[in-house]
Design a protein around this ligand. Structure first.
Ligand SMILES: [Zn+2]
Length: 100
């Protein structure tokens, strides 16, 4: 999906429609020490030994992770008049977003 670099949008601080720059914020990498992550479970000594280990007992299904091909895009709009920026969360579902 192609998007223009600037759009006219409502700015809540200017209280009118202003030209705003569109930017896709960079996706940060998720922390490996997240609650319930495999790295954390290994460090704590879980996920080892005998018996039922809950969700780590199951075989890893790799096809399950690649089921969805599109994602909702996060876009950031920056007002050119006042300089304030705002997120538009949960945009349209696309496989690829190109800002030109
Ligand atoms: Zn503004």
């Amino acid at each position: 999906m192609k998007r223009p670099k600037t759009t006219n949008r409502y700015c809540p601080s200017c209280k009118k429609k202003t030209p705003q720059k569109v930017k896709e914020p960079s996706k940060g990498r998720p922390s490996s020490m997240k609650r319930g992550s495999k790295v954390r479970m290994k460090l704590r000594g879980l996920w080892r030994g005998i018996g039922n280990k809950g969700k780590y007992s199951r075989m890893k299904n790799q096809a399950k992770n690649k089921r969805k091909t599109t994602k909702k895009t996060n876009l950031m709009y920056t007002c050119t008049v006042c300089g304030k920026s705002k997120y538009q969360k949960k945009g349209k579902r696309t496989s690829k977003m190109v800002i030109e």
